[in-house]
Design a protein around this ligand. Structure first.
Ligand code: FDA
Length: 507
């Protein structure tokens, strides 16, 4: 409408005044607007024609462009959404109920690796696999413990924790972040020293979109052995999956730190004609060679029956292809491919603090078997995660957590009714899981954003409203996050439906 064109004209004018170099901007009149908008929308559930589209998409080429975007949006009272990789489960980086603009960081994706220092600076618009590729280009013995899905953005992932196959050895991506550059609400660029320890604490795990725009992260690289070993062993219910999974809940969190065995649950055809069964795939990486792994498994988890023929020895860099569902021996260039596998889905997460009895597991199977395309993943914690205190950084799920559960339902058919059906299925599973998962709070992973935990219209939550999701994502760190937010962004400029509230602002 005409009011949006006036807003656009004002912002465009402001942007050109605040930048020495041209800033690439897409208005709805631009023929590429739609493709840029859609490019990194990972959850197709949020690509409907009825959602409000951004007034503008700003795609900064330099840090100063981000500064200009913040200054001008604030001056004209317009909400911004920051997008790095676009994988937000609830689409909060690109949808809104009120007029808004997107600051999309996909052009800011340089990675500079310093092998001597064993550090790197990575810009937020890079994907995690671009980071892995650049590290691998420079060194065969250095790596980084971030996510397993190749196309996830560094900006969103590092804002909320970031875990992958080296979690038990080295903790989260955020446990290895040693500096950052952030644009604050005044449009200033701050680093670790100038932002101070409170803000630096908050941006490591406190979730994206609440404190400013993180431009880049300085990370400490970690040692990886020249050979790592991968395996996936799959068992159906008929092959005794239930007892094995139960055994895994006792064993996996206590294995040597070098060994990470997660379980991926999907449906498969049963031996009984026309029936489905649960397939539990034990999917693993060991930081060491196959011979050593076989010794460890024989001693600690013989029930799984791992044999030499199940093992693939490769480099750490190539293991990232494996977890990204590419052939281990395939081209490493796949790591630079930003094309995302997309889906229409709804997901939830849990933290588990005591082993789930077999009867509890059987109730899960029963529910999974009612859906067409359910997926559930058990990710073991323990190891390094137990050694870091809950308040070291804003991410709080540490000692006492045996494993994390992520469950997801995806579907192909369109329509509101279909979505409703699948979403109520996952909510029912959530209710079922209550006795088996963490309580007070029933915790969740902020990077697996779940709007069912609570939300505020246009990010205007009070302290108490924000506690609904804040306590689950951040446990006892929620209070400090509110404190940091109130100090650095009292007027609540950086906000979204599940952001950290400011108590300095009288809503
Ligand atoms: P996106 O751009 O959507 O941003 C997510 C949130 O952060 C939004 O609120 C956004 O505004 C904010 N934000 C983005 N960039 C910012 C910046 N530069 N500064 C401040 N705020 C910013 N997680 C994990 O730990 N390990 C894993 O293996 C996986 N695997 C995985 C697979 C798939 C298919 C999906 C869809 C997701 C995952 N995740 C994951 C979860 C993932 O870490 C989470 O969705 C991240 O927030 C995504 O980051 P993006 O930059 O892609 O998202």
């Amino acid at each position: 409408g005409s009011s949006s064109s006036i807003i656009n004209a004002n912002i465009l004018q402001c942007l050109s005044k605040h930048s020495q170099t041209p800033i690439p901007i897409y208005t709805p009149n631009n023929s590429n607007y739609s493709s840029v908008f859609r490019s990194t929308i990972n959850n197709l559930r949020f690509l409907s024609s009825t959602t409000l589209k951004p007034l503008l998409i700003i795609t900064p080429l330099q840090e100063s462009h981000v500064q200009a975007a913040v200054v001008c949006a604030r001056k004209h009272g317009i909400q911004i959404k920051v997008r790095s990789g676009g994988h937000d489960y609830e689409g909060l980086s690109f949808i809104s109920d009120v007029p808004f603009i997107i600051v999309d960081l996909f052009n800011l994706r340089s990675v500079s690796v310093n092998v001597t220092d064993r550090t790197a600076w990575v810009q937020s618009g890079a994907t995690v696999s671009e980071l892995y590729y650049r590290i691998g280009e420079k060194s065969k013995t250095l790596g980084f413990p971030a996510g397993v899905c190749t196309t996830v953005g560094v900006g969103g992932q590092f804002s909320g924790g970031g875990y992958g196959s080296m979690l038990r050895k080295y903790g989260l991506a955020d446990d290895n972040v040693i500096d950052a550059r952030i644009v604050d609400v005044h449009g200033r660029i701050l680093n670790k020293e100038t932002m101070g320890k409170d803000l630096f604490w908050a941006i490591r795990g406190g979730g994206g979109g609440s404190f400013g725009v993180v431009l880049s992260w300085k990370i400490k690289l970690v040692s990886v052995p020249p050979i790592v070993t991968l395996f996936t062993i799959s068992k159906t219910l008929e092959q005794g999956a239930t007892a094995l999974v139960h055994r895994w809940t006792e064993v996996a969190p206590k294995l040597p730190h070098e060994l990470w065995i997660r379980i991926i649950f999907t449906l498969a055809n049963s031996t009984r004609k026309g029936e489905k069964t649960i397939l539990a795939s034990f999917n693993s990486m060991y930081l060491g060679d196959a011979e050593k792994l076989l010794t460890v498994m024989k001693e600690r988890f013989p029930e799984l029956g791992l044999e030499r023929k199940d093992c693939t020895e490769t480099s750490w860099l190539r293991s990232t292809l494996y977890f990204g569902n590419f052939p281990v021996q395939g081209s490493l260039n796949m790591l630079l491919n930003r094309t995302q596998p997309k889906n229409t889905f709804k997901s939830k997460s849990e933290y588990v603090t005591k082993p789930i009895p077999e009867i509890g597991l059987e109730g899960i199977w029963k529910r999974l078997l009612k859906e067409e395309k359910p997926l559930m993943i058990f990710t073991p914690y323990g190891g390094r995660m137990d050694e870091i205190s809950e308040s070291e950084i804003a991410f709080p799920h540490r000692n006492g957590t045996l494993f994390m559960i992520m469950y997801i339902v995806s579907w192909n058919e369109k329509g509101v009714e279909t979505s409703k059906k699948h979403i109520s299925w996952i909510r029912e599973l959530y209710r079922y899981l209550a006795p088996y998962v963490s309580k007070c709070p029933r915790a969740a992973y902020v990077n697996y954003r779940d709007i069912d935990l609570g939300q505020s219209k246009n990010g205007t939550a009070t302290y108490l409203q924000g506690k609904a999701w804040g306590r689950r994502y951040f446990k006892g760190n929620y209070e400090r996050l509110v404190h940091v937010k109130s100090k650095f962004d009292p007027e609540n400029f950086f906000r979204h439906e599940q952001s950290i509230p400011s108590i300095a602002h009288p809503w």
